[in-house]
Structures are given as C-alpha cells and as structure tokens.
Design a protein around this ligand. Structure first.
Ligand code: FAD
Length: 425
C-alpha cells in the first residue's frame, strides 16, 4: 500500500533491518514503530550471514564470570568491564527469549542447547542454529515475527540520508526512496545500520555495509568511539569472490588446523595455537603470507567426512570455488570482519545526541575493547536491543508538532510503497 508519511509522525524510527533493528522493534511492541531498511529484509545484512552463533555461559562447567574473563582477555585491556559484566550476565536469558520468538537452535537428543567451542573461549558456549546457518535461522524467525506484529511498520527500499537535529535533539529523519526525499518527523531514532566492511577490498561483510550509521551520527554531532578498532578474521576463503566467504572459527573448534604449502602447522608456538584470539592468529597468518608462503585450513581429518553436515554453508562456499573441504586444503587469508568502534553509547544505548540511540554493530558499548571475542557480537545485539527498547519506550516523545518551512517545501506524500501490517491510525 502507499501511505501518507504524516501518519507516522512521532513514532520511533529504527534505521536498519538486521538482528539489532528487528529485535528492538519487537521489544518495543505494542508501541507503534517504523523500521527503515535500505534493502529487502534479510539481504545486505551481516546478521543473515552469521555462521558461528551466539556466545553465552550455558554449560554446567561455565558461568558469566568465566565468559567475562575470556572477553576481557581478548579485548586487550580495553573493554568496559562494568558493561561487559552486565551484558554477559543477561546473555543466557536473551537466548531463551530468541527461542520463545521461534528460533530453532541446535539441540542435543535430550533437548539441551548444543554448545560449540570457538577460539579464545575457555568453555563450550557457542549456541548455533542450523549448523553454520545461525544468522539465517535467527533472521527467518525475526522477520516472521516482525511481519506479523501489528505495531511494526516495515519500510523496505528506503535509505536514511540525514538526521534532523536541533539544539542537540533529534527532530526527524530525511530518507530517500526511488523518486524523492521524505521527511519523517520524530524525536526518537535508533541507529541499527551494521558495520563498515564494504569500505575494504578484503572483507567478509555485505558490500552495502559501508558505515552509513556512523556518518549519520557524526553529521548529527554524536560522539564516536574507538573507530580504529577493526577486527580482521584470520580465515576468509582466499579467492576472487568479493565479499570473501568466511570460514568460521567453529571449524577450528572442531579440530581443523592451519598449515602452509609444505603441510607444516606454523601456529604451534602460539598459546592455544589455532584457537588463540583472532587478532593473534590473523597477524601470524599475515606475517607468514608476507614471507612468501601460502596458507591453508586443513579440515581433512577433523571435521573430515562430517564437514559438509556440520558446516553446510561453508562447504557450499568451498564447492563454489572447486574445493571439497573433506578432501582438499582450503586456501585462506585474513579479511576485515567486524568493527568494534562505533557510535558511543551509554548502558541504555543512548548516544550523546538526545533522542538518538544506537544498537548492534554500529554502536560502541565497550563490550569488545580492542578485539571482539568470537560470537559476542550477536549476543551484544540481542541483549542491548532489549535495553534500547526499554529506554526508547520510557523517553518523552520530544517531537515538534510543526514542520519547518524547509520540511514543508519537500514532498510529504511518499511514493515509496510503505507496507504496513497495522492500521496506521
Ligand atoms: C560472514 C559473517 C559471519 C559472522 N558470524 C558471526 C557469528 O557467528 N557470531 C557473531 O556474534 N557475529 C557474527 N558476525 C557479526 C554479526 O553478524 C554482526 O555484527 C551483526 O549481525 C550486526 O547486526 P546489525 O543488526 O547491527 O547489522 P546488520 O545485520 O548488518 O544490519 C544492518 C541493516 O541496516 C541497513 N542499513 C544500513 N544503512 C542504512 C540506511 N542508511 N538506511 C536504511 N537502512 C540502512 C542494512 O540494509 C541492514 O538491513 C558475522 C559477520 C559476518 C559478515
């Protein structure tokens, strides 16, 4: 349907249709909310590509303080220990909430969550869904929930171009659709625009992850933090494909090793060898490549014959490059993978601009420090989405009731197809 954008005046607007944006919208229910996504839901979102899963201390041998210790160690002394403690304590119940929303996590025959191991985690604590298709399965469930939520209006194919701000307060969003710009007046905006990998030649991120949320926030005067903290994943499939297919750490968690063209393992001198933190493994591989070697992941023995069953997405990417991962070595090299820095937020996800929140990869909460521990980012997104929604719901509307002359001069009827599952009253 086509709708008059004035119908939405004053509603909170969430920019981004990945896990952070969709879950924030669902937590805000029954408050009416508008979600803008530049592309059709599920496309161009890192969320749909996540392989490893979500980290949470769910095992009998585990607890949030052990998870915290691993997180702080990976973060190289630069995590905010207070926020990390809060997020990691909330992780198990946030995963439970995803189950309630319909996410089908992998379970043991007894029905318990199946827990995987990833680099720099001292315990098995990675929850998967559909093997290495975790992000896809979570997005499936969230998209279904969003499409049937009467409080959520989902607008696909519309890009947020600028935030309107007066006296350090958000007053609306300028958005572009196919034919003309529209102004959406609101005093409450959540940025959930994801990462920056599209800016790099070698990246595992969707090409459209180009840091637009950072630009929107910076132009609105928001404080950004730790922009230089960029994580490179050690094991992207080395070939011509861009973005580069990711080969999850979980494959090394199941016993795959890293070797060079001579067949020798060369990471054994590192503490935890192949399962050392990402930055350590990535640097060691890069040094080896720079010294003229080629580097491979060897999964022929472990996971071996069960490779394709355990990691169907990765096996399919390998087959696309003419490689059978149960029989052949997989050529690898490091690639940009995750942005730890972002829009600085407080414990409720509030930025330094009134009425502006940030959630997911675009935000800098302080959880990751200088280096994200594997699978802590989806955990951060699902935990913080809840807190951001509570904070948005508890904030005054703060929206102007009258448009400025400049806003009025702009077309106010949107030609975009604004699909609504609700009465717009
Ligand atoms: C290959 C891969 C594997 C990964 N595996 C894992 C894993 O196993 N575990 C883990 O914890 N993390 C993993 N990550 C990281 C994790 O997936 C991301 O950090 C997380 O999904 C980010 O979610 P998000 O909702 O913040 O952003 P995204 O999912 O990237 O969504 C951003 C959304 O914002 C929209 N958007 C952007 N700009 C605009 C704009 N101006 N206007 C309107 N819409 C806009 C985009 O179209 C998109 O819908 C992986 C990442 C990749 C790339």
């Amino acid at each position: 349907m086509s709708a008059d954008v004035r119908s939405f005046f004053g509603r909170p607007i969430i920019i981004g249709g990945g896990i952070a944006g969709l879950l924030t919208a669902l937590h805000l229910a029954p408050e009416p909310v508008l979600v803008l996504s530049r592309t059709p839901l599920g496309s161009e979102a890192s969320s749909a590509w996540a392989q490893g899963g979500l980290a949470a201390s769910l095992g009998d041998d585990d607890n949030p303080m052990l998870h915290l210790a691993d997180t702080l160690a990976a973060g190289a002394g630069l995590c905010d220990a207070e926020i990390a403690t809060r997020i990691l304590h909330a992780a198990p119940s946030a995963i439970e909430n995803l189950s309630t929303l319909g996410v089908r996590f992998d379970r043991t025959p007894e029905g318990a969550l199946r827990l995987g191991l990833e680099a720099a985690h001292g315990r098995r604590r990675i929850v998967h869904a559909d093997g290495d298709g975790s992000g896809q399965e979570i997005m499936r469930a969230l998209v279904e929930a969003v499409r049937s939520a009467p409080s959520i209006v989902m607008v696909e194919g519309v890009e947020a171009r600028r935030l309107a701000v007066e006296d350090n307060k958000v007053t609306g969003v300028w958005a572009s659709c196919s034919t003309s710009p529209v102004f959406l007046g609101t005093g409450r905006v959540v940025l959930a625009t994801g990462g920056i990998g599209g800016l790099f030649h070698d990246s595992t991120n969707p090409l459209g992850s180009s840091g637009q949320g950072l630009a929107l926030a910076a132009r609105a005067g928001a404080v950004l933090a730790d922009l230089e903290f960029i994580q490179f994943h050690p094991t992207a499939l080395d070939g011509p494909a861009r973005p580069m297919p990711l080969i999850s750490e979980a494959v090394r968690g199941e016993g795959a090793t890293i070797v060079d063209e001579t067949g020798q393992r060369f990471l054994e001198y590192l503490q935890d060898a192949e399962l050392a933190p990402r930055d350590v493994v990535a640097r060691a591989i890069w040094t080896h490549l720079s010294n003229g070697h080629r580097v491979f992941l060897d999964g022929r023995e472990k996971p071996g014959p069960t490779f394709a069953r355990q990691f169907p997405t990765i096996a399919s990417a390998c087959r696309g490059a003419g490689i059978d991962p149960a029989q052949d070595l997989i050529p690898i090299r490091p690639a940009q993978h995750y942005h730890m820095g972002g829009v600085a937020v407080d414990r409720d996800g509030r930025t330094s601009v009134a009425g502006l929140w940030a959630c997911g990869e675009v935000a800098s909460t302080g959880l990751h420090g200088a280096n994200r521990l594997a699978s802590n980012s989806l955990t951060e997104a699902i935990v913080c989405a809840h807190w951001v929604a509570e904070s948005v719901a508890g904030s005054p509307l703060g929206v102007r009731t009258r448009l400025t002359a400049r806003e009025i001069r702009r077309p106010i009827h949107s030609p975009c197809a604004l699909s609504s599952h609700a009465a717009l009253a």
